[in-house]
Ligand binder design. Structure first.
Ligand code: FES
Length: 258
């Protein structure tokens, strides 16, 4: 069930250049059941900026009623959010959207998880859930450069992890696809989150595989009412467009035109 709550800030840390990790506490966490969903966060209490910002859920701790999100402070709204301190309250609406279907991988299966930049965080909760059910995750995570790499160690603890940077300053040089080309495709299902060109490249590599892609999109309402987030579908679909906020952000491969 979608809820709106004034959640309390447990902690906020800068974990890479312009990248922040924010942990919030509140009853809304009890509604978070599926990795890959997001929350819509009101970044400031004053009138401006009025709009909420969609931020993906990175990690859920139901017992403590806490969840963590990782975001990039790259505009006025997220810069304001990055100033919040432990004990402050933040207005959160969520959990929103359709997340990753973890039931598509069975115990003993391998699953490929491919993330790019700020698309990496939702793969963390997904990977934890897959490991819990006996799935072996393989992570391929792409970043611009060394100064924006985060969570390498945490992904490493869950399974095989390959880091790629576009400028070669850390890990493999190039794009995630450069690493994928060197790997076998003996996985049962793939999950990916990141910029659309990356999703398109990953989808193209595995036309014969079942895959799920999480799209990044500008949003308004976040709840399916304003049409700010519509995406064109492929000719296979009966409808011409879908809304990323409520029909997605996760779609099966082949559904959204990339
Ligand atoms: Fe309003 Fe998706 S953001 S319909």
């Amino acid at each position: 069930m979608i809820k709106q709550e004034q959640m309390i800030v447990v902690s906020q840390h800068k974990i890479a250049t312009n990248i922040f990790m924010l942990t919030l506490k509140g009853m809304l966490v009890q509604e978070m059941h599926q990795p890959g969903q997001f929350v819509h966060v009101r970044v400031a209490n004053q009138m401006e900026p009025l709009l909420r910002r969609p931020i993906s859920i990175c990690s859920i701790d139901s017992e403590a009623s806490e969840f963590t999100m990782i975001y990039r402070a790259d505009g006025r709204g997220t810069a304001l959010l990055s100033e919040k301190k432990a004990g402050d309250y933040i207005d959160v609406l969520g959990p929103l959207g359709q997340g990753f279907p973890i039931e598509k991988a069975a115990s003993g299966d391998k699953a490929l998880l491919v993330g790019g930049g700020i698309g990496v965080p939702p793969l963390y909760e997904l990977s934890k859930r897959l490991v819990e059910k006996g799935v072996e995750p393989i992570h391929v995570l792409g970043f611009q450069s060394e100064n924006v790499v985060f969570y390498e160690e945490l992904f490493n603890q869950l399974g095989e992890t390959h880091i790629v940077t576009a400028d070669g300053s850390y890990g493999h040089k190039g794009f995630v696809t450069n690493v994928l080309e060197t790997m076998t495709d003996d996985f049962a299902v793939y999950y990916s989150c990141g910029p659309t060109p990356m999703l398109a490249a990953v989808e193209k590599m595995y036309p014969h595989k079942e895959g799920y892609l999480s799209f990044e999109q500008r949003m308004g309402c976040g709840i399916g009412a304003c049409f700010a987030c519509v995406c064109e579908t492929t000719e296979k679909m009966e409808v011409a467009y879908l809304k990323v906020c409520s029909d997605g952000p996760v779609f099966q491969s082949g559904v959204i035109r990339v």
